[in-house]
Design a protein around this ligand. Sequence first.
Ligand SMILES: O=P(O)(O)OC[C@H]1O[C@](O)(CO)[C@@H](O)[C@@H]1O
Length: 545
Amino acid sequence: MTSSPLLTDLPAFGELQALASDLKSTSIQALFEREGNRAEAFVAQAAGLRLDYSKHLLDGAARARLLELGEQAQLPRKAQALLGGAEVNNTEGRPALHSLLRASSAPGLEDKFAEVVEARAQMRHWAGRINSGEQRGFSGAAITDVVNIGIGGSDLGPRLVTDALKPFQGDINCHYVANVDPADLQDTLLDLDPATTLFIICSKSFRTEETLTNGLAARAWLINAGAEVSDLDKHFLAITSNLAAAAEFGVSGDNCLPMWDWVGGRYSVWSAVGLSCAIALGWEHFEQFLDGAAAMDAHFASAPVADNLPMLMSLLEVWYCNGFGAGNHVVLPYDQGLARLPDFLQQLTMESNGKRVAADGSALDYDTGPVLWGSAGTMGQHSFHQLLHQGTRLCPVDFILPLTTHTGMAEQHQRLVANGLAQSRALLVGRTPDEARESLLARGLDAAEAERLAPHLAMPGNRPNSVISFAAVTPHSLGALIALYEHRTFCSGQLWGINSFDQWGVELGKEIGVDIFQRMAGEARTAPLDPATEALLAQWRQYRD
Ligand SMILES: O=P(O)(O)OC[C@H]1O[C@](O)(CO)[C@@H](O)[C@@H]1O
């Protein structure tokens, strides 16, 4: 794939910056009055998801220029290139074919697709075997619990999906261990029976310190409980592209499911990395999850920029980052099952687009990926929403709003939806000092006290937010939602001219970590570390000795 032009080289960019500076002082409510059909016109739908982006600092004219920017960056052609297997990861010389993992056919990519189909059959086999009770542990008892040991992309996606789709879960309990802190593994194993527990060692590289350390501790836990080394195949599966390392760890070839270098870790939940989800949910539900993502892929491939959800969301991201200097993006799922969505999206967006050089290595002189954060509604309302409503920073928000619940408690759920809508509206309308004063007087405060407190109660409003609403959290809608953010991430990367599929920035810390660990273990080094780290090591030694 030819490298992307820089954002600043796109002809519409300069004009957009000028428009953004004009719109900074524009009232979104005034835009609603001026553009009568805004509530319908600033809406796009795909794969069962409805994106309402009417509450943004964006008028019709600015939107038209923003769409031109998307055309100038050739987002539709870039989408085709991504989906068609072009070498979008130029630093590592690979395509990024996560879409192939949910495809039902793949013209031109038959060889890779055959491997995907084969891996799906293996996943289905293991999910069926474990759910049917056929898979038995060292004592002969059926497996009841599965522990996925992995980190980053080998943890966050499967953990999110299993959590979010609890209402679809079968009898097997899936647990997730990621942190090298032994407390993570220890807490998880506390209530588990070694005889009925199966571990999935999930690591694309099979070189990740946290995963291998926890894997070895899990192995020791089984052996201590009476399992023989020859029993370990009853308790361990591996998901990896590094079969040799998995074999060295002790997982036999029959128990290994594949990963490929053409799928990035943070984009891999659709592959065998999602095996724990397929076990928890059953194969049919997992297929529906793949179908939801495939529906978003089809939309991404064919919809014009003006109607294309991932493209629109990425254009909005760039609009705020590079037009308004926003360094934040907030995601608020109004659904308890989606509480982990911000964690997942942090890796997806920040590991993908937290870059400071263009795809060709040249330094960028504009901002790229913002800091993404958030939490499940309504908890954030009693915490950081104060800053969203009255703070000094611009934090564009995505509300994620399923409209029905699986709990059977529709009346209580109505409160959740009302809260989500109220927050979105409060960010829009705010409260003027006069309204604040009036409300204080209505509460019986005297005029002087109302005057004193009014500035504290006043809220500027005009804070941009999108609402992504859909019928319910189902395997299909969740698949579509995750794929939507994947493609949005890619499009933003293309607009910024960066490679969204490598993550060199995480490597240095890993290397230094190995060096420090070896120093702690007593290995001699000629050169000392920086004085601050040496002092902390000395403090650690005091506690160890
Ligand atoms: O699946 P692996 O190879 O263990 O990697 C886990 C995670 O570590 C990272 O490489 C970052 O350290 C992520 O990109 C990846 O998802």
